[in-house]
Design a protein around this ligand. Sequence first.
Ligand code: UDP
Ligand code: MG
Length: 322
Amino acid sequence: MTSPVLTIIAPIFNEIDNLPELYRRVKETMDSTGEAWELVLVDDGSSDGSTDAILKLAQQDARVRPVVFARNFGHQIAVTAGLDYSRGKAVVIIDADLQDPPEMILDLVAKWREGYQVVFAVRAEREGETWFKTFTAKLFYRIIFRITDVKIPLDTGDFRLLDRKVVDVMNHMRERDRFLRGMSAWVGFKQIGVSYKRSARFAGTTKYTFRKMFRLALNAVTSFSYFPLQLATYIGFISAGLSILFIPVVLVLRLLAKAQLTGQATTLIAVLFLGGVQLISLGILGEYIGRIYDEVKGRPLYTVAHAPDEVDTLLPPSSPIK
Ligand code: UDP
Ligand code: MG
């Protein structure tokens, strides 16, 4: 089989009810382009039968290429594996829950044909999402935008098209804590956004627990900014500056024998405040050191139980092979 022109990557974590609809809509959209395409489905350690469903799809349609992880590695790593296995001249990353409408791929591809190498979809509207998620997401993108050197476009998810050139560069960035939106902004190239309305989930519930969301946010900050590390320096300068300012104030008060700063309370507050700041700074250092430690270990990013070319050998002998 010759290399496809377009690759669609969808990470799958317990999305059994979304799979048939995802396949149907992707197939319909991609067939309408008239180009050769492939759909890389990365099974991120599903336990609801998605794995078998993916393998079955691959059996029916050779354009579906399954990558089955040996356990759950998380969304960003699943997409990374998709990028590793992709062969298209352009690659589109899409969520499996149909929050990113597959029909939008046509708009992304149109921009790619105009010569853009990264075409990201901007969420102009969100449907069926809690106010908490919308609010924290909005806040998060704005904080990240302020404290990082890389200008990561506001309100974009991973729904985007990447040119082969960009994918090749990103595949060489083997950092462990991956924030793909940031990485694809970092590479440069000609980038453009296309806005869209993010739909509600087709079926199932969100696979992003609060913990996973928090982790992603933390990864984004530590991967693209030293700001938290510099905070200790700033606070240090401020408190040192304040204490120097206080010396003449205390002296004058004392000489005039007016109201004096008395009592243990003041001292206690100062000690607790500085102790707190120091512990937080240590914790921030720890976050970065832990990440350095993880990098140094140099483990693979994911472990694959079944790679795409193994599909035929995985099928039970009784199942019909077309
Ligand atoms: N996902 C994954 N591994 C995980 C969590 C999520 O592969 O550990 C996939 C999930 O199946 C979906 C995509 O990542 O295709 C986005 O997840 P979800 O829709 O739950 O996130 P949300 O849209 O709520 O932010
Ligand atoms: Mg979703």
